[in-house]
Write a protein that binds this ligand. Structure first.
Ligand SMILES: C[S@@+](CC[C@H](N)C(=O)[O-])C[C@H]1O[C@@H](n2cnc3c(N)ncnc32)[C@H](O)[C@@H]1O
Length: 431
C-alpha cells in the first residue's frame, strides 16, 4: 500500500471506533482481517495514524476546525508527522486508493495550522470536563503534562533479578536501541518510533522467552521498589491482575518468604501462571474468591500492595481511546471501588506492617483524596514520607518525581519520563 491508501484505511478505522464505540485494537484487528492483502508495514503505519489521531484529537480538531475521522487522519499525517499540505497532496495524487482530494477549506486550514488562542485543555489534549481537576494537579505544568500524555510511549522493560543482570540484558538488546532507564536500577527502555516506524517485538527475543526481562513501565517498577518487600516477608498483592507487580515484588524478595497474589476477578489472574513459570518465581500462591480467598491472613501481612482499579489517566500514551471514553460516571464508579479495596486490603496488614496504595491515575480524587479519607477513619495508619525513602532506594533521582506534603509520590511523563503513576506507603501502628 502507498500512503494515500493507508490514510484511507486509518479513516475507516477511526470511523468504526467512533460510530460503533469500538476499542481501538478491535477495530484495527477487524480491518486487518477484512484486508488480508495489507502487509505488516501497512498495518503498523495505519495503527500509528489511528493511535496518533486519538492522542491528539482535541488539538488536531481545533487546528482543522473539524473533529471527524478524515480531518484527524489528514491532520496526523500533515501536522504530527510533519509532511505538510504538499505531502498530503502528493500522497493523495499518487494513489488510486487514497481518499478524495483535499478541499479548499482543508488546504487552507492545514497551511495555516496553529493552536494560537486555543484553550488550555485543547493545548493539553485533555477532555474539557476533566481539565479543572487535571490542571489543579499540575498547576503551571498542566499543559506540558497533557502534551506529554499525548505523545507516544517507549517500550520499558524490567530486568528479572532472579535470572539476569541489567548489563547482560542490555548487551542482548543493544541492537534494538535499548538503553538503561534513569530511575529504576532494573529498567531498560527503547524509545518510541517516529511516523510510520515500527517498534521491535521484544517478546520474540530469546531473553524474554527465558524470563530475563518483563515488559513493565518504569513507574510501575519504581512503585514495586518503593514498597520495600524483602526476602522472608509475608506479602499480599491484593489486586494482582496479570501479575506485573507480583513478579516485581518476587524479584525483590529473591524467592524467599511468601506472596499471595489475589484478585476479585479470577479471569484477570489467568496470565500469571505462565509469567511466574517463565520468570522462575517460586514463592507465589494464587488466590481468588472461588478458591478460599484470603481466609486466615487477616492482620498477618508485612506488606499489602493494592494496585487498585482506576481511570487509567496515567496511561493515556498507551491507551489514547480511553482518554475520550472516560466519563464522570465511570470515574465515580472507580472511586467507589477504590474506597472498598483500600478498606478491605488494610485488614490484612499486621501491626507495624505497610499498606501500599498505587494507581495509574493522575487525578487527586483517586489518589490523595482517597488516602486522606482512609487515614481520617483509620488512625492506626500513617503515611511514610516517600521522598526520604526514594533516595535510599533509588539514589539521587528524587527530582524526577513530585512529592506532596503527605509524602506521596506522583510520577508523570513530562517530569519523570514514565507513565503517570501515584505511589503511597502507609504504616500501621505497632501495637
Ligand atoms: C490496575 S489492575 C491490577 C494490575 C496488576 N497489579 C498488574 O501489575 O498487572 C486492578 C485489578 O484490581 C482488581 N479488582 C477490582 N476490584 C477488586 C476488589 N474489590 N478486590 C480485589 N481486586 C479487585 C481488578 O480485577 C484488576 O485486575
Amino acid at each position: 500500500m502507498k500512503d494515500g491508501g493507508r490514510i484511507a484505511a486509518a479513516i475507516d478505522v477511526l470511523t468504526d471506533i467512533e460510530s460503533r464505540r469500538r476499542p481501538v485494537q478491535d477495530a484495527l484487528k477487524d480491518w486487518g482481517i477484512s484486508h488480508r492483502f495489507a502487509g505488516s508495514g501497512d498495518r503498523v503505519a495505519i495503527g500509528n495514524l489511528v493511535f496518533d489521531a486519538l492522542r491528539a484529537k482535541a488539538s488536531l480538531s481545533y487546528m482543522l476546525d473539524d473533529a471527524g475521522p478524515r480531518a484527524l487522519a489528514i491532520g496526523v499525517y500533515a501536522i504530527s508527522w510533519g509532511r505538510g499540505v504538499e505531502g498530503i497532496a502528493t500522497a493523495f495524487d499518487a494513489d488510486k486508493h487514497a481518499p478524495p482530494a483535499l478541499t479548499d477549506k482543508e488546504t487552507e486550514r492545514l497551511a495555516a495550522a496553529s493552536l494560537e488562542g486555543a484553550p488550555d485543555w485543547v493545548l493539553a489534549d485533555v477532555p474539557e470536563w476533566l481539565w479543572p481537576e487535571f490542571s489543579s494537579a499540575f498547576s503551571a505544568d498542566a499543559v506540558a503534562e497533557g502534551r506529554a500524555l499525548a505523545s507516544r510511549a517507549p517500550i520499558d522493560m524490567r530486568v528479572n533479578r532472579l535470572k539476569a543482570t541489567r548489563e547482560k540484558v542490555l548487551k542482548r538488546l543493544h541492537h534494538l536501541g535499548a538503553e538503561v532507564t534513569p530511575i529504576s536500577p532494573l529498567g531498560l527502555r527503547i524509545a518510541p518510533a517516529e511516523g510510520a516506524g515500527r517498534m521491535p517485538h521484544v517478546q520474540a527475543e530469546e531473553g524474554f522467552r527465558k524470563g530475563w526481562f518483563e515488559l513493565q513501565d518504569e513507574a510501575s517498577q519504581t512503585a514495586a521498589l518503593l514498597a520495600g518487600a524483602k526476602g522472608g516477608d509475608q506479602v499480599l498483592d491484593y489486586c494482582a491482575g496479570g501479575g506485573g507487580k507480583t513478579l516485581a515484588l518476587a524479584g525483590e524478595m529473591e524467592n524467599r518468604g511468601q506472596i499471595y497474589a489475589y484478585d476479585a476477578d479470577r479471569l484477570r489472574l489467568a496470565p500469571i501462571h505462565d509469567r511466574l513459570r517463565r520468570a522462575g518465581v517460586r514463592n507465589v500462591q494464587i488466590r481468588d474468591p472461588q478458591t478460599g480467598g484470603l481466609e486466615g491472613l487477616e492482620g498477618r501481612m508485612d506488606l499489602v500492595f493494592a494496585d487498585v482499579p482506576c481511570s487509567g489517566t496515567g496511561v493515556w500514551r498507551r491507551r489514547p481511546d480511553s482518554k475520550w471514553r472516560l466519563s464522570e460516571r465511570a470515574l465515580g464508579e472507580r472511586m467507589t471501588e477504590q474506597r472498598e479495596v483500600i478498606r478491605a486490603a488494610s485488614r490484612y496488614v499486621r501491626p507495624g506492617g505497610r499498606l501500599v496504595y498505587v494507581t495509574c491515575s493522575l487525578l487527586s480524587s483517586e489518589n490523595r483524596e482517597q488516602l486522606i479519607g482512609f487515614l481520617g477513619e483509620n488512625r492506626d495508619f500513617r503515611p511514610l514520607d516517600l521522598k526520604a525513602d526514594w533516595t535510599r532506594v533509588l539514589g539521587d533521582t528524587s527530582d524526577r518525581s513530585r512529592f506532596d506534603d503527605a509524602g506521596f509520590a506522583t510520577l508523570s511523563p513530562a517530569k519523570s519520563g514514565t507513565d503517570g503513576f501515584f505511589v503511597s506507603v502507609l504504616q500501621r501502628a505497632d501495637g
